[in-house]
Design a protein around this ligand. Sequence first.
Ligand SMILES: [Zn+2]
Length: 557
Amino acid sequence: MFLTPTNALLLLLAVDAPDRILVNGVVHTMDDAHPMAQAVAMTAGRISAVGSTADLMATKGPRTEVIDLLGATVVPGLKESHGHFVGIGQARMTLNLVGTKSWEEVVARVAVAVKARPKGAWIVGRGWHEGKWETKPQHQVRGFPSHDELSAVSPDNPVYLVRADGHAGFANAQAISMMKITKETKPPTGGDIIRDESGQATGVFIDKAQGLIRPPGPTEGDVREAIRLATEECLRKGITFFDDAGEDLSTIAIYKDLAAKNQLGLRLHAMIRGLDNLKRFGPPQPGGADSFLSIRSLKLSIDGALGSRGAKLLEPYVDDPGNTGLWVTDPAVVSEAALYGIENGFQVNVHAIGDAGNRAVLDAFEAAFKAHPEKKDVRFRDEHSQILDEKEIPRFGKLGVIASIQGIHATSDLPWAAERLGEPRVLEGAYVWQKLKKSGAVLINGTDAPVEDVDPIKSFYATVTRQSETGVPAGGYQPDQRLTRLEALRSYTKDAYWASFAEKFGGTIEPGKWADLTVLSNDLLSVPDSEILSTKVLYTIVNGNIAYRSGWFKKLH
Ligand SMILES: [Zn+2]
């Protein structure tokens, strides 16, 4: 065809027409100026228009794909703000113990795995959680079973089973003897070996003591496969953006390689695990509008977890008198890291579960802020913010520390948290999201996957109801601490993007922003509580491309 002035103009218009328009939807833009719309158009990976179905249909070109949403709901691409990306994939590559309902079931699954492996081969699993066992094991030491039954079914294979939260591991006799652990073995600082009356290890290794059991590590190929599996799982569940809460430099290098080749399937805000790694990394790499990867954050863990009694408390555990938990990282190192971060342009994100852990993190952050009042907008994060002394709560808002919560942890942990902490501490400061909000803190949400299912719908439900999936307890745990629907959606979108320095690129549905969208079968802002969990992900759209599409989405009622 010859380019006459007239058809050249037509050609330009065709180029300008959107690649894809979603119409007849309920669009929650999270943009306060225009909160609702019916249709979204996208061009070259960006949102090009937001408005009514009629207005956007008028911009349709010959090559524009139009998707009729039939009333489905569109939200900004959901962001998981604290998960372990490679761990999600690895959980699918090892013996998966998530959902096991008793110690006997764990042992039985290992017995099956033993039959499938050659003698001497390691059996590695993950996902057990004694708090979720319906029957308690007969012989317990500090709330955990001993390795006897496990060792009996696996006499010739070393076995290592990581607890769901990654803060404890269970070894059998073969693994304990291979690693030469005896009565004399001392746990490293920040770790604990559970022992019976005779001083023998029972098999449970807490926090840093897990380093005493060393199954062969994954190969680079294994890590790449885990990334692929994690990407698939997140996209299927509507996640377009993921904050990876701590990887070593070898995994970070794989992310960089994938990003450079345009092979990351979703956006990653990858935190570097450990101050030594951070110092070796070089300057922050903040990503940007055209990037799928930002590396500008440090991840540390100041304490352990509540279930394995590693969370550092101001007063001892009520069910383990004398134990106040563990400093997994010396608070002095956290203080040094906060200063290093603020001076070198890194965001500092520290895991803190116990009230003493949270206090120490806020102390470290406050000291760094005071030392550098000229550094504004550093967006440091307290990862988990679970058990807080009343005094700490206002400090979140005052200091501008982001509370990175996991909605689903509240309903997983509150059934037994009082056993560990006693009722008063639970009521005062356990999972007190509204108290944090009232302090002025920004709350962001996630699942800590693979500790919990990465599914944002389940976490959203827990966040707004504080009930188990079966609706227990009626009214929810401490219902006054629930987030509203809108607050919960913000914690998965607008606020979550801000917490990763990506608010200019996404988190709201506005022209110019990333065409990253999640399309859902239910309107999460208005559907009854009882229907939240039946919400299906219909489309996951990343950079204007349909990364996931479910088979069927017409509303049946
Ligand atoms: Zn975590």
